[in-house]
Design a protein around this ligand. Structure first.
Ligand SMILES: Nc1ncnc2c1ncn2[C@@H]1O[C@H](COP(=O)(O)OP(=O)(O)OP(=O)(O)O)[C@@H](O)[C@H]1O
Ligand SMILES: O=C(O)c1ccc[n+]([C@@H]2O[C@H](COP(=O)([O-])O)[C@@H](O)[C@H]2O)c1
Length: 209
């Protein structure tokens, strides 16, 4: 079975993440691992600690087994560069097809990632559609991916890395930024987060004012 990795700051994980990860698992017929970044490159430090974000992820993933948690980036010091993580996974997984899942907004910035061209040598890339994000890419990135695009998920299973597929997932306009704002304002964003998180108030305490 294909292994797909969905990295993120997950500060906190929300139903947008979970829904697109679930749909990607179905569309790719893959195991999907959510992988929290310890020190996310290219953005400010998260509001919650890595341990707090992992506790929320564990509670969010409770009750199903298709989406799992991979905490390897928390064991590394320094910025969580995706290329380092993918090399580690490749060494463990042999020729198994690996897919790096990224939201369309993150994908549009891919050419700013550490050793970004090397990513395609180690994994396929699955781009998750996201509301409000246009499909146009910087020229440098478009030039790199133009010859790599496939539309059929079966093409990803025929090679271990190097292809790019667009995954048209159900659009959900949910962001962690909005959820942090609501929690800080004393609101309960009940239907934007997994219901189980509200059973343990300590989980969301890092975001309360
Ligand atoms: N609603 C969504 N639909 C599709 N992809 C999403 C959605 N929310 C997040 N993603 C993707 O999930 C990955 C991790 O995102 P991240 O943890 O930064 O969440 P975020 O909601 O974008 O957070 P923030 O608002 O703090 O930037 C990224 O690849 C991002 O593009
Ligand atoms: O490797 C990089 O240079 C790099 C730069 C920016 C983001 N990433 C990864 O992309 C994923 C989504 O990042 P973010 O900031 O949108 O949560 C997360 O796993 C980050 O570690 C990776």
């Amino acid at each position: 079975m294909t292994l797909a990795i969905f990295g993120g700051t997950f500060d906190p994980v929300h139903l947008g993440h979970l829904s697109v990860a679930w749909e990607a698992a179905e569309l790719l017929d893959a195991e999907v691992r959510l992988m929290p970044a310890s020190v996310p490159p290219h953005r400010d430090a998260p509001m919650a600690s890595a341990m707090q974000r992992v506790a929320i992820l564990r509670a969010a993933l409770h009750g199903q087994s298709r989406l799992t948690l991979d905490t390897r980036e928390l064991d590394r010091a320094g910025p969580s560069y995706t290329i380092d993580t993918l090399h580690e996974l490749r060494a463990e997984q042999g020729e198994r097809p690996l897919v790096l899942l990224v939201g369309a907004d993150a994908f549009a910035n891919l050419a700013s990632w550490h050793r970004w061209r090397e990513l395609f040598a180690v994994a396929h890339v699955g781009v998750l559609s996201r509301p409000g994000v246009s499909a146009s890419l910087p020229v440098e990135l478009e030039d790199e991916v133009a010859g790599r695009r496939v539309v059929d998920a079966a093409d990803l299973r025929r090679a271990s890395a190097g292809k790019v597929i667009e995954l048209a997932v159900t659009p959900l306009e949910i962001s962690a930024t909005r959820i942090r704002e609501l929690l800080a304002a004393g609101r309960d964003p009940r239907y934007l987060l997994p219901a189980g998180l509200f059973d343990e108030p300590a989980l969301l305490a890092p975001y309360r004012a």
